[in-house]
Design a protein around this ligand. Structure first.
Ligand SMILES: [Zn+2]
Ligand SMILES: [Zn+2]
Length: 398
């Protein structure tokens, strides 16, 4: 079993932390319990140079950092309709070939980590197939840059329904997406799409795969469900916490029902633009009751441990030193974050972090955490106590 996060961004992508470099990413990945992580941004020359000098080759498509963390070559690109795709590459020469093929179509290949390519989804699929890579939609239901904000089916975008994987995105889970019949053969991915290496970002979503070896080819076999390889778990943050979960104003983040949003012509009382939440987009696309196909793995909903600590300690930010130090102490004591969240007995957590923190983690396990949902570009927020929820942000919805 290996834990894999396929989608992150380097320091060369817009809006990312300058700390998104391989040694930091590797260190944080270990704390998260990841075994393998996508390089992200591998079409960017500066990033690729840094990557190649930071890892050693295991085989054509598999690389290892000295910490033991493995990497595969991945990127995200934006197509000419502003749809985002995740691409996996079988080798450095495949990355080079892809670069050569699209370089005249991309205005920012080496100036951004996530490049724009002036091609359609089906044209990208053709090029990816020629280099023997894999492509699938990123954060498939979000309102600005996803496949389903632009199209009503996979086929409209790629001119085929045979797409190997789809990234659910932070605002959706398996329960929501399995009411869309065209996705029954598609492997769902839960990836962090991290822009910073900090504990509540990198590896906040990951996939557990059954493979015979921790290599690119075995990972591809798991995506395609070949030779007994498969995804056995999707671990994702509670979709309510996703920043596009509900329909909401992009300026003041007030939530709206979709009917109400239409009524106001997508303008909030504050004048801001209202954007369709993932819940409402999936409602439009849904064409069956929830049916999980036999291959669909269990989906575990989590909340970043750092956010639980903030609440338990009554602090205001995940970036506080106290939270960061306690987070580190806990993950070092119990090997990684997912163990602390799901497995470690209460008494052992209490011994390290005290009663309040231990109880908060138990409350999370028992579903006793209250979530003020996200929307309009603002993450949701987890509370230990329901009365802390900001009701006024829900006024337009309730
Ligand atoms: Zn994206
Ligand atoms: Zn507003």
């Amino acid at each position: 079993m290996i834990n894999v996060d396929f989608h992150i961004h380097s320091k060369y992508s817009g809006g990312t932390s300058g700390n998104m470099e391989i040694p930091v990413i590797a260190e944080q990945s270990i704390f998260k319990g990841l075994n393998t992580i996508g390089s992200g941004d591998c079409l960017n020359k500066n990033w690729l140079d840094h990557f190649v000098s930071s890892v050693k080759k295991v085989d054509e498509g598999t690389f290892e950092h000295k910490s033991g963390i493995r990497f595969i070559l991945t990127t995200e690109v934006e197509d000419y309709r502003r749809v985002h795709h995740v691409i996996l590459f079988p080798s450095l020469s495949a990355v080079q070939e892809f670069r050569d093929t699209i370089k005249d179509k991309s205005p920012n290949l080496d100036t951004d980590g996530r490049c724009n390519i002036n091609l359609a989804g089906d044209e990208l699929l053709d090029i990816v197939s020629n280099i023997d890579g894999l492509i699938g939609p990123s954060h498939a239901f979000t309102p600005w840059t996803s496949i389903y904000k632009e199209y009503n089916s996979l086929e409209e975008c790629y001119k085929t329904k045979n797409i190997p994987f789809l990234e659910l995105g932070l605002s959706a889970d398996t329960q929501m997406a399995d009411c869309i019949s065209e996705l029954k053969n598609v492997t769902f991915m839960t990836n962090s799409d991290a822009h910073s290496p900090w504990p509540h970002r990198i590896g906040r979503e990951f996939n557990r795969l059954k493979v015979k070896d921790n290599t690119y080819d075995e990972i591809i076999n798991a995506i395609k469900r070949r030779g007994g390889n498969e995804f056995v778990l999707n671990v994702g943050i509670d979709p309510d916490l996703g920043k596009y979960h509900m329909t909401a104003c992009t300026r003041c983040y007030k939530k709206y029902s979709w009917d109400k949003a239409k009524e106001t012509k997508y303008r909030c009382t504050c004048g801001g633009l209202i954007k369709k939440g993932v819940v409402d987009r999936i409602n439009e696309l849904h064409d069956q009751e929830v049916i999980h196909p036999p291959h669909r793995p269990r989906y575990i909903k989590t909340i970043p441990l750092a956010e639980i600590l903030v609440e338990a300690l009554g602090l205001s930010s995940v970036n506080s030193k106290k939270v960061q130090n306690l987070w580190k102490l806990l993950v070092e004591s119990f090997k990684n974050e997912i163990n602390v969240l799901i497995v470690t007995p209460k008494e052992e957590i209490e011994r390290i972090a005290g009663e309040k923190v231990a109880q908060a983690i138990i409350d999370f396990r028992e579903g006793k955490i209250y979530i003020e949902p996200g929307g309009g570009g603002m993450y949701g927020k987890a509370y230990l106590n329901k009365k802390n929820i900001n009701q006024s942000s829900l006024d337009g919805y309730l």
